[in-house]
Design a protein around this ligand. Structure first.
Ligand code: PMP
Length: 367
């Protein structure tokens, strides 16, 4: 039995090591995971109560159209309810757009390195992948991405903040890109980390959609809202586009619990503000550490930082931290072999990891 050719080259997603497994393998009692850009502060406490309450109804299918969260989110975003497509995480929204628009006759343009699911889903659809290297500053090279577009291009991906560099595409840059891109090419802006951004010139993509109907925006409740395990994300686009993609969606793709949690999360936006502030303070802890040890890093607007250890391999730094009870992400698999990506944690978690790394680096300077 032969599978489709393009599937044979694919590897299943490699998740970060689970905490329990690391504890067991290394005989550690306390392990901190800062590897998957999850929210170290959990979620708003009212969300937990709502989830508990919703458990009384788990035997009933969810509302497939997600009407209540749809209208709540539409108000929050100031868009029409018909402009939203919910997914089982924004991962699924990426998948649905690829399924709808890509085929072996088409190509798709993306940065490299960037979030791997754009490529993964595009490969599954058999599309040609055109990867455009990031600039030296770890940013999308929009000029080269524009040059890469041809008449077979269906989707151009922009990840902002970009995973794993944390860099953003600025308003001015995005607008001049959109002005040039042909209107029948979809520009997909993945804003999974939007709630953490503090830069003044971060584009208001939802406002730009009025002028550029080929611009689509992906966001998620997994990060700042702290609902990663419940799997709920969404795309916002012109309603004609959503109408085309919606039949691709599985009938009950977001659960009752996820919908209820997201509704409640939108009633507690103070939590998001707190997370944004704490994240910025945490980012400053890491930036100060990098400056102390002359390590380079990309200025990140997300909740993670990619640090280059130059003389060390990312895997070596990863293994050292693992032995000391910290799970981070080696840059090796992310296209940055001498770096690690660390999720910004709580102040104490950041202090712990920084102390651990400082101890190691100090020892090496002395010996
Ligand atoms: N986009 C980016 C840039 C991400 O980093 C992630 C998660 N790591 C996602 C999308 C997917 O998030 P989710 O499916 O949990 O919404």
């Amino acid at each position: 039995m032969k599978a489709k050719e393009q599937i044979l080259s694919l590897k299943a997603y490699q998740p970060g090591k689970p905490i329990e497994e690391v504890k067991r393998e290394l005989g550690l009692t306390s392990v901190t995971k800062l590897a998957s850009n999850e929210n170290p502060f959990g979620c708003a406490s009212a969300v937990k109560d709502a989830v508990m309450d919703e458990l009384n109804s788990v035997s009933i299918y969810p509302d497939g159209y997600a009407s209540e969260i749809r209208s709540k989110l539409a108000d929050y975003l100031n868009v029409q309810p018909q402009q939203i497509l919910f997914g089982n995480g924004s991962d699924e929204v990426v998948e649905m757009f690829c399924r709808t628009y890509l085929s072996p006759e088409s190509n798709t343009v993306m940065a490299a390195p960037t979030f791997p699911q754009y490529k993964h889903n595009s490969v599954i659809e058999g599309a040609e992948i055109i990867e455009v290297p990031l600039t030296e500053e770890g940013k999308h090279d929009l000029d080269k991405m524009y040059e890469a577009i041809d008449r077979n291009t269906k989707i151009v991906w922009i990840c902002s903040p970009n995973n794993p560099t944390g860099t953003i595409v600025r308003e001015r840059e995005l607008v001049s890109f959109l002005e040039k891109v042909p209107s029948d090419v979809i520009v997909a802006c993945d804003e999974a980390y939007k709630e953490y951004v503090v830069a003044d010139d971060y584009p208001d993509t939802l406002a730009l959609q009025r002028e550029f109907p080929n611009l689509i925006v992906f966001r998620t409740f997994s990060k700042a809202f702290g609902l990663a395990s419940l799997r709920i994300g969404y795309g916002v686009a012109h309603e004609d586009l959503i109408k085309i993609v919606d039949p691709v969606r599985e009938p009950f793709n977001t659960s009752r619990v996820a919908q209820r949690a997201a509704i409640t999360a939108l009633d507690h936006l103070g939590f998001i503000e707190m997370c944004r502030e704490r994240n910025r303070e945490g980012m400053e802890q890491y930036e100060a550490f990098c400056q102390n040890y002359d390590l380079s890093f990309y200025p990140s607007q997300g909740n993670f930082i990619l640090i280059d250890f130059k003389k060390k391999q990312g895997d070596e730094v990863f293994n050292y931290l693992l032995k000391n009870g910290y799970i981070v992400r080696s840059g090796n698999a992310l296209g940055f072999p001498t770096s690690v990506r660390i999720t910004v944690g709580s102040k104490e978690q950041n202090e712990g990891i920084i102390q651990c790394l400082s101890h190691w680096l100090d020892k090496e300077t002395v010996s």
